[in-house]
Design a binder for this molecule. Structure first.
Ligand SMILES: [Zn+2]
Length: 122
């Protein structure tokens, strides 16, 4: 599950969160750009608050995984590392399940995210 410590780590490492209003093809809900270290959520493809929260959690999980891999914290989650090595589809499923679990158990985490990050519009 995504934690407050994960959010703080992402913030310290310079991750930004952007809400994008422009129409997107293919129903893309969000993405994590590891080059620009930016989470982008596409508002038009997220149909309600739950959807948007889960998308932001999902992309922040990608950000956390990327940062922890970069920092070579290879033992932080051996199960996840194994999944990442098995292939993208399985890893995506793993990330999505973690995002949904975070929403179900700790939906208020989005309030902390809103407070700590400056949400910018493109
Ligand atoms: Zn993903």
């Amino acid at each position: 599950m995504l934690t407050i410590d994960d959010i703080i780590l992402s913030y310290k490492e310079g991750v930004e969160i952007t809400l994008n209003n422009e129409p997107q093809m293919y129903g893309l809900k969000g993405e994590y750009d590891s080059g620009e270290i930016k989470v982008i959520a596409y508002l038009n493809n997220n149909i309600n608050k739950k959807d948007l929260c889960c998308t932001i959690f999902h992309e922040l999980i990608h950000a956390r995984d990327f940062i922890l891999n970069k920092l070579e914290c290879e033992f932080y989650n051996p199960q996840r590392n194994a999944v990442q090595q098995q292939g993208l589809d399985l890893y995506e499923e793993f990330v999505e399940n973690e995002a949904i679990e975070t929403y179900n158990k700790q939906p208020e985490l989005i309030n902390f995210i809103e407070e700590i990050f400056i949400l910018k519009k493109l």
